[in-house]
Design a protein around this ligand. Structure first.
Ligand code: AMP
Ligand code: MG
Length: 525
């Protein structure tokens, strides 16, 4: 019963803090041993059946009281060796020094019979040496958001860390949600996050900034064979191939974010995975009305550094920080420059691929970038919903007369607007764009059925809109955690029309426009 095999390579192969347990301190090594702090009444609120299965955990195991105890931090399984990792990072453009896992505790690296490696990490499991002035805990609302979005992103085909479980702690956590001097108790929860590795850019930046080249080298020599086993070559070539692949994976990840309308919200280098996975779901958000300047993060309201449209540029800047950190491992700068160029090339390719797939074209021609840009400009001016507009285009008929479009298109397209006046004002411009699009489709070799399928798989019908997550949070807070599993179930098949679940595909309701959690989010979590 609930028996996993562990191979805790990270702590076996990398130097650890000579001191164990919590207690805020500077740590020179890669990790510190620290156990989760037990909670009052662990109770399983939601779980991912897919991840349980991948780990070889049966439904009976999931339903057991022991599962809630283990993933609430009250009991360790044989083979678990909990620790918090040490890393630094650039936050909002500035070097922040040592950060580390302030409330995340890795339990161990589970290895499945098929040879997959899954690091199991509790988020909100209590203080560590890296908790600084904070409590090491997490509130239910942010835990529901991390749990749901990790899984929703996976089902959308976006590289991401995963989530096994959401456990209520039965304890209150005090948070000043709006940073306005009104701290209040909220229910606490713990997510068990799962990924092949939680290594971040910041794990490499910290020893480099401290001039500890021995640790930097050990980290690279550890990460490459464990997490990039397909790479080969002599030392310099191997490291060059590794950095290049990190750049390429980052480009692919951000390309997906732009395709589905995801805004990470806090792209600090400590929140950038070396595996190119979306990591650390905090004040993230989803684009409703198309607005490249939108950020969900209230802390970033002024400069909007991490706004939707800036994510590709920020990822590049972050890779530049990683390149600088890794530079002592290379004889010259060429391999690092080549890696950064690989990011640009891969992102350009991903962007063109998004254009072709989202518009249902066999390939992205030179002028198709303009066609996409024109549509984005229109959506922005007209405050049209990104997800609904692209999904409506699946049913657009290029050969129909103006005014003779199928109802499936006109109804869906009509429902994409938030402001009737802006809709009316933009109607002629949209007609013009649709005529241009129709002309382009008539030159394209794909059949109508092929085009529709290509578009269906690039343009989700269901995304984890901010207000949907908030509704699940409100119900979970009111004692109905099954709301989380219900929403997860919708997000399992984001590209399918799911009859009876139309409400989950609706544009943001008016009440949600300015409601906390539905439009803007603070970092308080
Ligand atoms: P974030 O911006 O959420 O990625 O967090 C930045 C840093 O703050 C990381 O080192 C986190 O571990 C730490 N941190 C955030 N919230 C807490 C908390 N409640 N308790 C301890 N550390 C925290
Ligand atoms: Mg973080």
């Amino acid at each position: 019963m609930l028996d996993l095999d562990f191979d805790n390579a990270f702590i076996r192969e990398l130097p650890g803090d000579p001191r164990a347990g919590p207690g805020v301190r500077e740590v020179a090594q890669a990790w510190s041993a620290v156990e989760p702090t037990p909670v009052a009444a662990p109770r399983l609120l939601a779980h991912s059946g897919e991840i349980a299965k991948a780990l070889g955990i049966t439904p009976d195991d999931v339903a057991s009281a022991r599962f809630a105890r283990v993933f609430g931090g009250n009991e360790l399984l044989p083979g678990m060796q909990p620790y918090a990792a040490n890393y630094g990072g650039h936050q909002f453009g500035h070097w922040a020094g040592q950060l580390g896992d302030g409330r995340a505790i890795t339990l161990g690296e589970a290895v499945t019979p098929t040879g997959e490696r899954w690091e199991l990490q509790l988020k909100g499991a209590g203080p560590t040496p890296y908790s600084r002035t904070a409590d090491g805990r997490a509130v239910l609302r942010s835990s529901v958001r991390e749990f749901l979005c990790s899984e929703a992103m996976h089902h959308l085909g976006v590289p991401t860390t995963r989530a096994l479980s959401l456990v209520g702690t039965g304890e209150a956590v005090v948070r000043d949600m709006f940073y306005d001097g009104h701290p209040a108790p909220e229910p606490g929860a713990i997510v068990c996050r799962v990924a092949p590795s939680f290594l971040r850019f910041g794990n490499f930046e910290l020893p480099s900034a401290r001039g500890d080249l021995a640790l930097l080298r050990r980290l690279a020599d550890f990460c490459i064979p464990r997490d990039f086993p397909h790479l080969h070559g002599d030392r310099e070539a191997l490291r060059a191939a590794w950095f290049g692949e990190v750049c390429e994976r980052t480009a692919v990840m951000v390309g997906h974010w732009m395709r589905v309308g995801f805004v990470h919200g806090v792209m600090n280098t400590d929140n950038m995975s070396i595996l190119g996975l979306t990591i650390d779901y905090g004040p993230y958000g989803w684009i409703d009305n198309y607005d490249p300047d939108w950020t969900p993060n209230t802390t970033d309201r002024q400069h909007r550094r991490y706004r939707f449209g800036q994510q590709p540029a920020v990822a590049y800047w972050n890779l530049g920080r990683l390149a600088a950190a890794l530079s002592p491992l290379f004889d010259g700068v060429e391999p690092l420059q080549a890696g950064l160029q690989r990011y640009i090339d891969a992102y350009t390719a991903a962007d063109r691929d998004n254009t072709a797939r989202k518009l249902g074209l066999a390939e992205c021609r030179e002028d198709d970038t303009d066609l996409m840009q024109a549509l984005q400009d229109l959506m922005r001016l007209a405050e049209a919903d990104m997800t609904l507009v692209f999904r409506a285009l699946l049913d657009f008929a290029p050969d129909a007369d103006p005014g003779g479009q199928p109802a499936a298109f006109t109804d869906a397209f009509g429902s994409a607007f938030y402001d009737p006046d802006k809709r009316a004002a933009s109607a002629a411009a949209f007609e013009e764009w649709l005529a241009r699009y129709a002309g382009r489709l008539r030159e394209d070799p794909l059949s109508a059925a092929e085009r529709r399928e290509r578009m269906r798989l690039a343009n989700p019908r269901y995304v984890l809109r901010n207000y949907l997550a908030q509704q699940a949070i409100d119900r979970a807070t009111a004692g109905e955690p099954e709301a989380v599993m219900e929403l997860l179930d919708v997000m399992r098949r984001p590209y399918d029309d799911q009859p009876g679940r139309e409400a989950y595909a609706a544009r943001r309701p008016d009440w949600a426009r300015t409601k906390a959690g539905c439009s803007m989010l603070s970092c308080s979590s």
